[in-house]
Write a protein that binds this ligand. Structure first.
Ligand code: PXP
Length: 387
């Protein structure tokens, strides 16, 4: 199953996510072995194609060009889908959909055409085609409903070790225990001041983590070079201040667009996905999108630190809205900071969230009940909330 996706539109698109949607759609249509080409273009270009191939001298939203007329699904190239992002954006506004949703619906329309259906042949076929598209969209969304999983931040194990300057407790050993207890990812923050994680830790974690290593980091050249060298499964960019006890606020992505998009580009060249740790603020989500991020991690600190129920509800709503907004724009969404055994369930129940990054609360409980038990209890909270 290969999806060749090209963006000639001159507009920034969530191409990785759209390619992911194409692959999921091919799977849903039983076309796992097929190849598909998708080109995003603009109104003048699609108008020229419409004129040349369909003798219609006007722009349209999507055109499909089957490769093998009448023989879809034979394991070869299915054909090409061409989508005008200008028309898609206009239709999204008119229909009150997000731009990304509109692009997904046009992809589905183009694919159903490639599979042999044509709404122009008869009213009955038009009805069938509409229902097929609607079902595919629902299936795509259902597949897209995420069960968040637990990623354990092991920085605090290293903090305890550094307090004595000896070699225990070992965050690498702890990471293995977390994985055995049900963590689906390990997070480690290599700070410039090396207050907890050391270079040795991150390099060993790269070799030993079997689930997914998420390297948290500031955008300092020295740390960027280490990430590019060790190749974590993803990186999460955070603001880093020497005086802070822990990461305090989210990144100001809009204010550092150039710097952040350059780091993202460098990571993408090495195929390392990038998450940006941001406050629950739609402007920051938009800026993350424009910088080319793959994920955002929504900062849950203010929700967790709220001093009363009303404040907590308000902060929860902000986190939920930002997460949904990011997801609807095609970003993948993580969340974390300050989550504990009381505050995690509500966040884990959000459909849009993929991973919860939790450190301090689990380590604090581990001292009392043991690391394995503390991870298991947190994983169970997330599992139950997500059902
Ligand atoms: N996410 C990010 C970006 C962080 O900086 C941290 C703290 O290292 C966490 C999640 C985990 O926070 P906590 O230790 O409060 O669970």
């Amino acid at each position: 199953m290969a999806v060749l996706l090209r963006n000639d539109s001159g507009r920034k698109l969530r191409t990785r996510t759209l390619a992911g949607s194409c692959r999921r759609l091919l799977r849903l249509c039983g076309q796992e072995r097929s190849e598909l080409s998708v080109v995003f273009t603009n109104d003048p270009a699609i108008r020229a194609l419409n004129r040349q191939y369909r003798r219609r001298d006007k722009a349209t939203n999507v055109l499909s060009f089957p490769q093998q007329e009448g023989e879809p699904g034979n394991g070869l190239m299915l054909g090409d889908i061409v989508i005008s992002v200008d028309t898609a954006a206009r239709e999204a506004r008119e229909q009150g959909q997000s731009f990304h949703t509109r692009l997904q619906k046009l992809l589905i329309h183009g694919l159903v055409h490639l599979l042999g259906m044509d709404h122009e042949r008869s009213a009955a076929e038009a009805g069938l085609m509409r229902r097929r598209e609607e079902k595919l969209y629902q299936q795509l969304m259902k597949e897209g409903r995420l069960m968040p999983h637990l990623a354990i931040n092991v920085d605090h194990i290293a903090t305890l070790r550094q307090a004595r300057g000896i070699n225990e407790p070992d965050p690498v050993l702890a990471a293995g225990i977390c994985e055995l207890a049900g963590a689906r990812g390990i997070v480690a923050h290599l700070r410039e001041d090396r207050r907890h994680m050391q270079d040795r830790d991150i390099r060993l974690l790269r070799q030993t983590v079997k689930t997914k290593l998420n390297m948290e980091m500031g955008a300092a050249p020295e740390i960027i070079a280490i990430a590019l060298d060790i190749h974590p499964d993803m990186v999460t960019l955070v603001p880093e201040k020497r005086q802070e006890l822990t990461t305090e606020g989210g990144l100001d992505v809009a204010g550092q667009h150039k710097k952040i998009s350059r780091v993202i580009k460098d990571m993408h060249q090495e195929n390392i996905p990038v998450s940006l740790f941001i406050d629950p603020d739609q402007n920051q989500v938009q800026a993350a999108l424009e910088a080319g991020a793959d994920f955002v991690e929504i900062h849950t600190g203010r929700y967790c630190d709220a001093e009363n129920a009303a404040e907590r509800d308000r902060e929860f709503d902000l986190a939920a809205e930002a997460a949904l907004f990011a997801y609807n724009q095609g970003l993948r969404v993580n969340a974390g900071h300050g989550l504990n055994y009381q505050t995690t369930a509500r966040i884990a129940a959000l459909d849009s969230i993929e991973e919860l990054s939790i450190g301090h609360a689990v380590m604090a409980r581990a001292i009392i009940v043991g690391l394995k038990e503390a991870v298991r209890e947190m994983a169970a909270i997330i599992r139950q909330a997500a059902i």
